[in-house]
Design a protein around this ligand. Structure first.
Ligand code: GLY
Length: 257
């Protein structure tokens, strides 16, 4: 038996005013975990809540591209070796569920209209995403969890950075920079996607030794402080934490918290 835990964040660059949606997401995920549900179900439920929160940059609150369009990215992965990622999808308020639909497929990643076509064939909800005019340049939502069976999951979702061109993909749905999971650690990043991608951030943290705190501190140390970056993580040993070099609403739920 493992000790269930969930950690959620609402994006680097946000302030405490955006904490409530993150708390609701964590409470929802924790209700699933504490009732014996899976880490995968918990992170999907938590991210769905944050995608539906118009102040957070994911799903409904996705920031606009330079042409005013809303293109969303999302990814989910599990410690038993499954991955699903969707990039630059339109008309999809909850891309995290489309990403989860790929977990048990032979393909792992779909982009753009091809992703939406695949979602249409399987009946995933399609609706115009209004998006947010907030000038916020960088933020994302994410969740990591471990369940009583020791299975871990990570889920991430974003509208990307405001004003980037159509088709641009940041770190959030990228396996290695924006999220990582193995049998020991689950990690999700937030911040300037280009900077996080070039540093292959989450994977580099995963291969470090030390406590989770030391490993997240190592990750932040790779960046100039002017580049906003945040991380959440948990380990199979029962550590859970959020850390950022800027404001980042985050929270943790376990039997101890
Ligand atoms: N970290 C979100 C993005 O750059 O797209």
């Amino acid at each position: 038996m493992s000790k269930p835990m969930i950690v959620c964040h609402g994006g680097a660059g946000h302030t405490a005013k955006d904490q409530p949606g993150v708390d609701i997401a964590a409470d929802t995920g924790w209700a699933i975990l504490s009732a014996g549900g899976s880490a995968l179900a918990a992170v999907l439920a938590a991210v769905e809540i944050m995608e539906d929160d118009p102040v957070l940059n994911a799903g409904t609150g996705g920031r606009k591209r330079s042409d005013g369009s809303i293109q969303l990215d999302a990814a989910v992965a599990t410690s038993d070796g499954r991955l699903g990622a969707i990039m630059a999808i339109e008309d999809t308020p909850n891309p995290i569920h489309v990403a989860a639909g790929l977990l048990n497929e032979k393909i792992h990643i779909l982009v753009g209209q091809g992703a939406r076509d695949w979602a249409d064939e399987r009946g995933y909800p399609k609706a115009t995403v209004i998006g947010s005019d907030s000038p916020s340049a960088n933020d994302t939502v994410g969740s990591v969890a471990i369940d009583s069976n020791g299975l871990m999951a990570v889920a991430t979702s974003t509208g990307g950075c405001s004003g980037r061109p159509r088709g641009r993909v940041g770190d959030t749905p990228l396996w290695g920079p924006g999220l990582w999971i193995d049998e020991n650690i689950a990690l999700a990043a937030t911040g300037i996607g280009e900077e996080i991608t070039i540093k292959m951030l989450c994977h580099r943290i995963a291969i470090q030794t030390g406590t989770l705190q030391e490993r997240l501190e190592y990750g932040l140390s790779l960046f100039d402080p002017s580049i906003e970056v945040g991380l959440i993580g948990l380990t199979a040993q029962g550590e859970g934490l959020g850390l950022a070099n800027t404001g980042m609403p985050w929270t943790i739920r376990s039997a101890d918290q």
